[in-house]
Design a protein around this ligand. Structure first.
Ligand code: UDP
Length: 232
């Protein structure tokens, strides 16, 4: 069983697949998926995306960097939403971001993170990498290495990695285990290349799971067979 986990969640876990905004049923589902993890005293940090609010590449009417800044702000909104939802449900949580100007809303002293995790608090990272042209997958890889996580679990809407796109290829086969080199060579769409290279360089395993399927997160954390494992 992993002791310290970095969970990357797409913003869509807060809205439902393909939907926008915040949905209370989806939020309750998320809370119930996290409950057994916290009850088992697994240290949990979350990097949240903003796909439920805005993805920079969807805004073609402005500079890419400005569009991405809006996306980055979206991840902070989600971090605050998630923190609030977790606290209301009895889970001690801090939201972390080093973006200046909103320090009254989020924790920005990075040395508090280690203490928070050791005290059993959930740490939610907002703001991605704070750089335009990056994604929250890369932020998840950076934060996972930074906090010394045992694994990066990527919660998605597919049940793992396939040799071809399962939506368009009926004969697509699910891969249970692979390596970063093999994934790059075969062009397996798991995470962006920046995230991959950080995980590979620092020897961090990634597990890709279907987060929308009840029980998958806990199964992945206790070393079950859910999803696909990518090894350094
Ligand atoms: N973003 C960014 N830099 C980062 C992380 C995110 O510019 O380090 C912006 C980017 O516009 C991205 C958006 O924030 O499209 C939301 O992040 P992401 O697409 O990773 O969210 P997800 O799809 O996981 O919900």
């Amino acid at each position: 069983m992993y002791k310290r986990v970095l969970l990357k969640l797409s913003g869509e876990v807060l809205s439902g697949e393909g939907a926008r905004g915040f949905d209370s049923e989806r939020t309750s589902f998320l809370i119930e998926e996290l409950r057994p993890v916290i009850e088992k005293e697994i240290q949990l940090a979350i990097v949240i995306g903003a796909g439920n609010l805005i993805r920079g590449r969807e805004l073609s009417n402005m500079r890419g960097s400005r569009a991405d800044e809006l996306g980055i702000l979206g991840t902070i909104m989600n971090a605050l939403y998630l923190k609030e939802a977790l606290c209301v449900n009895g889970f001690e949580t801090i939201a972390v971001s080093s973006i200046a100007g909103i320090s009254s809303l989020v924790e920005h002293r990075y040395d508090t993170i280690e203490d928070a995790l050791n005290e059993g608090k959930i740490v939610v990272f907002g703001g991605g990498t704070y750089l335009p042209f990056f994604t929250t997958d890369t932020a998840a890889a950076v934060r996972a290495v930074e906090i010394g996580a045992d694994v990066l679990i990527k919660g998605t809407k597919v049940d793992g990695v396939y040799d071809k796109d399962p939506k368009t290829n009926e004969d697509a086969t699910k891969i249970d285990r692979t390596t970063f080199s093999e994934a790059i060579e075969k062009g397996l769409g798991i995470m962006d290349i920046e995230a991959f290279s950080i995980c590979q360089r620092y020897g961090l395993s990634v597990r890709v799971i279907d987060f929308f399927n009840k029980g998958n997160l806990f199964d992945a954390i206790i070393g079950g067979k859910t999803g696909t494992v990518v090894l350094p």
